[in-house]
Design a protein around this ligand. Sequence first.
Ligand SMILES: Cc1cc2nc3c(=O)[nH]c(=O)nc-3n(C[C@H](O)[C@H](O)[C@H](O)COP(=O)(O)OP(=O)(O)OC[C@H]3O[C@@H](n4cnc5c(N)ncnc54)[C@H](O)[C@@H]3O)c2cc1C
Length: 492
Amino acid sequence: MTPNKVQGTPVVANVEILVVGGGPAGIGAAISAARGGAEVLLVERYGFLGGNSTTALINPLFTFHDVQGNLVIRGIAEEIVQRLKEAGGTYGHVRDLTFDNASMTPFDPELMKIVLLEMAQEAGVKLLLHSFCTGIVKKEDRLTHVIFETKSGRIAVAAQAVIDCTGDADLAYKAGIPTLKGRPEDGVMQPASTFFRIDNIDFAALRAWMKENNHLLKDQPTPTEIDEVEAIALLGLTDLVAQAISKGDYPADAAPRILLYQLPIGNQMAVNVSRIQQIDGTDVFDLTKAEIRGREQAWEIYNFLSNYVGGFANSYIVETGQIGIRETRRIQGKYVLTEEDVLTGKGFHDGVACGTFAIDIHPPEGQRQVFTGSGREVYEIPLRCFMSDEVENLLVAGRCISTTHIANGSTRVMATCMAMGQGAGTAMALARATNWRVADLDVKLIRTKLIEGGQYLLDSRCMADIDQDLKLDRVDSSGDAAAHYNPFAAEG
Ligand SMILES: Cc1cc2nc3c(=O)[nH]c(=O)nc-3n(C[C@H](O)[C@H](O)[C@H](O)COP(=O)(O)OP(=O)(O)OC[C@H]3O[C@@H](n4cnc5c(N)ncnc54)[C@H](O)[C@@H]3O)c2cc1C
């Protein structure tokens, strides 16, 4: 029988699987666990779902395709894209002119909020919003309750198993699982950024300006490429930015280049330019500092665009996001995914999600952005990266899984986080059979369930689904899609 109180806190619910954090990973985890037949409660600190995709306005979703144009993130993530497309909230997957990815998926954050809410409810996920996790109750190696602060006061939820999708590994950390932050040498993390959206852009004028100034753009796209691309993605203008800095017309502490993505609704672009260094996203004082400087930078960057770039004269900022945190804690799990795993396209016997985004590191000092191995390889993320030796009924999914600092530069993107969430939720729904001990899970069965659920893995059962229009010939690729067969899949 559920006790009415634990450690003096009222127990308001008793569920099989508790997912904490409703971002890309949490959505994938909650929906897949519910579809797997478990009773699932998803708890989120804000009043809506989406995590960075809606609170921080991070856009676009990266990245669903490898350089061959093969769709390697499928399942729930791809369902979200199709639902958004039906609602007019995305172009779908379009050519990325910025980072040598085969595709990018720009979306409208408001439609993302409603699509995620609908999909979670359709799957039977119960929701508790406005609830911030502040503690856990553990008995031996098991979590028994999770504590939340709410407007109704402090509450506890009893759960058989928990999936930590907080991005910061808040629960894992509180449960005593070792975590690391940032670079191995000094713990310094990637910079934070304030994303914002600009509306009322004159896209005809912008395209004309880009054609005239294509020498300022990455890879100098031809006028035909600029005309034909469905959604403009603009990267570059470093010389113009340098000039503006010398005149005091651009924030010298922001990224020294412009990165903009056209959005599907209105005449909008998302702006990925702000950059605030030396921020720890788990420190409230740093977060406050970053919110203030990030919002100031947004206006300084907007003023630069209005004065220096064609098409922005009558535009306006429609929304600034909450500070975007690229990196905080990573759990030290049963396996640590490495840079080599990512760059060599490694498969694992317990691989539960794929990733193919480049290793994207915005270094803590200097302004150079390092981009390695863009979509050349498709790698798997093993379930062992989601679990620890310390807690037997907890999985962690999303950007705080067990990786090196460098590998995290690839795994952290949103499409990959959704796939990780689906891997974790599918696995946890099967854990009833192991009395919720995640280490005893049958990984072959999990892979089979994932494939049956439409997910792609490096497995001979998964057929390539190639979009010839997205196939990238600019990049030296790893071979055709068949080369992604996982030689480790047969291992036990
Ligand atoms: C500046 C920046 C640019 C980026 N650019 C891109 C890009 O272009 N494309 C791309 O795909 N990815 C990009 N990313 C990466 C991506 O946005 C994140 O890594 C990804 O959103 C992580 O997903 P997640 O579900 O693990 O965590 P999050 O998106 O952070 O979601 C975590 C959720 O948990 C909730 N939560 C946190 N703590 C608690 C708590 N204690 N109690 C209750 N709820 C809690 C949060 O409110 C949130 O909803 C970028 C990130 C940043 C910061």
